[in-house]
Design a protein around this ligand. Sequence first.
Ligand SMILES: Nc1ncnc2c1ncn2[C@@H]1O[C@H](COP(=O)(O)OP(=O)(O)O)[C@@H](O)[C@H]1O
Ligand SMILES: [Mg+2]
Length: 309
Amino acid sequence: MSIVTPGTFASYMVSLTFLFGPVKRLADVNVDLQRGIAAAESVFKLTDLDSEQDNGTYTAERVDGDIEFSHVGFRYSSAKEAALVDIKLDIKAGETVAFVGRSGSGKSTLLHLLPRLYEVGEGSITLDGHDIRDFKLENLRSHIAFVGQDVVLFNDTVAHNIAYGSMRDADISQIEQAASSAYADEFIRELKHGYQTIVGERGLMLSGGQRQRIAIARALLANAPVLILDEATSALDTESERFIQSSLEALMKNRTTLVIAHRLSTIENADKIVVLDAGKIVETGTHQQLLDINGQYAVLHQMQFENQA
Ligand SMILES: Nc1ncnc2c1ncn2[C@@H]1O[C@H](COP(=O)(O)OP(=O)(O)O)[C@@H](O)[C@H]1O
Ligand SMILES: [Mg+2]
């Protein structure tokens, strides 16, 4: 699980490339080999993009987090087929929207458009009624916390890994508060040097679940009104799973959350579930509504249920 905090996307991508390039990534015991390769490739694709367009002038101190996708289409420049076709979606501030669908259906692409990691091809996306292209890029991204699947910890203290980017000057009580809400405080205190323990590349290796909780603490501290969450699929032990579930719930509270959901509990409690297939929205509704129509979601749900049972 990796995270990008306010205004740090560019430096994040750079650090990812230099600190967590393919070789080091493969050496990381917590990173699944195949996914490690895939992630490294997509990072290179992102950093290979020409200088980002940043022509917007609008800035907001804080947004509510209303998001609207209007006839959004997108095709990767190297691809023949569109990755997203005519996406229409209205998300109210504070809602949790879960995206489900087969691998390759367009979930990640859709979520990457919001912080403008890729530019919308057709149609538009608005945040609080303003086209995301009208925002200054750094300002747009300052409203969005991004928690991905690969945990990126820097070779630094636990405290600095939580207070990252623009939160660098946060004081230790704020850091502890965030860690505590992320159910990370207890294990951090048990480390040899507590919050001052060096973790990451050359420091102590933490378990997958511990790294995820640090990433969640980072997002809590950054306190962005919009959260993009790519839930980890990796099997965690039951104890970690329980803690992570609780810390994710704390993180999602009072934020607009767009989540690529794998956990049944996340999906079932979402305000809205969007089912994607081949770049199109094929079903939208609550868990119960989608079960009732007995379509693709019902099938996916049955499969997940059997896997997790
Ligand atoms: N960087 C890329 N370049 C070209 N095609 C891509 C890239 N990333 C994803 N795709 C393609 O776009 C489609 C949607 O992918 P993605 O959004 O990753 O789906 P999901 O997250 O649902 O698995 C797939 O056909 C995938 O192969
Ligand atoms: Mg994906």
